[in-house]
Design a protein around this ligand. Structure first.
Ligand code: FES
Length: 125
């Protein structure tokens, strides 16, 4: 039911954890199932230099978050903002239809982390 890539990222998730001095933090909840996701980013010259995630989500959410962090790392924030849930699912060689909602969490939490970074920067932080 899951692709080999999903199983790989679920069993061996990349970039799990927290960044205590993160430049941006994004939290997203999934209204469909009540699960939640948090993404932390370090940014230098608008490039995401480090990224970590924590999730209270299902296996698909873990695989999605792992893949989102891999896709966003090293990218300019403008490019990272263009990462859609569809792109993440495609990169994982697809998700079962009933698990597509799980891919919202990763892309949305990333977007919120970038927005958080931008608002802190605008505030002079
Ligand atoms: Fe909640 Fe997948 S069932 S994120």
């Amino acid at each position: 039911m899951y692709s080999a890539k999903v199983m790989d990222h679920f069993s061996n998730p990349r970039n799990v954890g927290e960044i205590p001095d993160a430049d941006g933090v994004g939290m997203e909840g999934n209204p469909t199932c009540g699960d939640a996701m948090q993404i932390f980013i370090k940014v230098k010259d608008d490039i995401i230099t480090d990224i970590k995630f924590k999730t209270f989500g299902c296996g698909a959410a873990i695989a999605v978050s792992s893949m989102v962090t891999e896709m966003a790392k090293g990218k300019h924030i403008d490019e990272a903002l263009k990462i859609t849930k569809e792109a993440v699912a495609a990169e994982l060689d697809g998700l079962p239809p009933q698990k597509m909602h799980c891919s919202n969490l990763g892309a949305d939490a990333l977007r919120k982390a970038i927005e958080d970074y931008r608002s802190k920067k605008a505030a002079g932080g």
